[in-house]
Design a protein around this ligand. Structure first.
Ligand SMILES: *Cc1c(COP(=O)(O)O)cnc(C)c1O
Length: 364
């Protein structure tokens, strides 16, 4: 199958193999050494000197950790949303009792810096700003460097907490240069590893907030993880060892290719996808100015049955694309092009899409 969904992404053969290694004791030096190498390589990909904690959880678990460790119930939080993953982040904060204010933009658009400035200026009590770097539901990449700058200017003490799940290691995200307090990623997107690990980087400002934060936390307690690392270099709970093996190999592949080269490959494939869609007379769902280089949302043409096209693509051509969640269901197809991906694989998927659309002409 040519799996071209925005995660889980296909695994390189070396990563597939790494997972089949025998178990080791997670309390031994051998694990501590593996974990230390892994954190160092993650620091390179996260482009940060901040602590990086690893949780056994899907990306959403990482988002939850990014809320409960740094906030207290009743605290004011600004959720900057441009699609369904931003709404999920907002809802997590809300469900833990934060007083959430939402700055929502039209789906397909990015957040306008001036409206962020206004929202922050209007409320001096905002303690944290939640931003989705790359909104996977709409195929939009935010200008995160600019948005972070706005936060620093208007509310220097507010935390910038970023969902980087579909951007990290695919799109440039210099966390320290952009002064991002908390960056959340997970294993199964650009990091070319099976689902099951979430990673969270934590700045000094965020650790100060952690000391004050009162939302309940136990398994997701990042301070507990940090303490265990400082004690003996291990993990407080039994880590998913096979995923750690796999992640180490995947990070090695990224290092070998070079982070800049990986970004360049994603940029080039993103442009290629947009070019091919234009040739097929298909429209981007996103405003082209903000189109993502890791995932593309395609507007389903008028009169075309979105689900039927996906079904024929899979059954006749072995190509798996994704529909869209929530209110975009039936209106958008998504093609993932992050992680272990080449232009040839994406070309094959789009050629197949072109053929299917010719086979099943619009009913109107
Ligand atoms: C995939 C994704 C998530 C959710 O991750 P899960 O691993 O499914 O919990 C959250 N945010 C973004 C931007 C994503 O792309």
């Amino acid at each position: 199958m040519n799996l071209r969904i925005p995660g889980p992404t296909p695994l390189p053969p070396e990563v597939l193999k790494a997972q089949s290694r025998q178990m080791i004791s997670h309390r031994d030096q051998e694990f501590a050494e593996l974990f230390a190498r892994l954190r160092q390589d993650l620091g390179h990909v996260f482009q940060t000197r901040n602590d990086i904690l690893v949780l056994v959880a899907s990306g959403t678990g990482g988002l939850e950790a990014g809320i409960v460790n740094f906030l207290s119930a009743g605290e004011r939080v600004l959720a900057v949303t441009i699609g369904s993953f931003g709404e999920r982040f907002r809802d997590i904060a809300r469900s833990h009792g934060a007083e959430v204010i939402e700055l929502a933009s039209e789906w397909g658009q990015a957040t306008d810096a001036e409206s962020l400035r206004k929202a922050l200026s209007a409320d001096p009590e905002i303690k944290a700003v939640l931003i989705t770097h790359n909104e996977t539901s709409t195929g939009v990449t935010q200008d995160l460097g600019l948005l972070s700058q706005v936060v620093r200017k208007v509310r220097p003490e507010a935390l910038v907490i970023v969902d980087a799940i579909s951007s990290l290691s695919s799109l440039p995200l210099p966390a320290d240069d952009w002064d991002i307090d908390v960056v959340i990623a997970c294993s199964q997107k650009g990091l070319m590893t099976p689902p099951g690990l979430a990673m969270v980087s934590v700045s000094r400002r965020a650790w100060e907030a952690y000391a004050r934060a009162r939302m309940p936390r136990f398994y997701m307690d990042l301070g507990k993880l940090k303490k265990q690392i400082e004690t003996d270099g291990t993990h407080p709970f039994t880590p998913a060892l096979s995923l750690f093996y796999a992640l180490e190999v995947a990070l090695g592949l990224i290092k070998e290719e070079g982070l800049e080269a990986v970004f360049q490959r994603h940029r080039q494939i993103g442009e290629f996808v947009r070019g091919r869609l234009e040739a097929l007379d298909l429209k981007l769902f996103a405003d082209p100015r903000y189109a993502s280089n890791s995932v593309t949302a395609i507007s389903v043409p008028e009169g075309v049955e979105a689900g039927k096209v996906l079904k024929v693509l899979r059954e006749k051509y072995g190509v798996v694309l994704s529909g869209a969640p929530g209110k975009l269901r039936g209106k958008v197809w998504r093609i993932g092009h992050m992680g272990y991906v080449s232009q040839a694989e994406v070309a094959e998927a789009l050629d197949a899409l072109g053929k299917v659309l010719k086979d099943i002409p619009p009913s109107r």
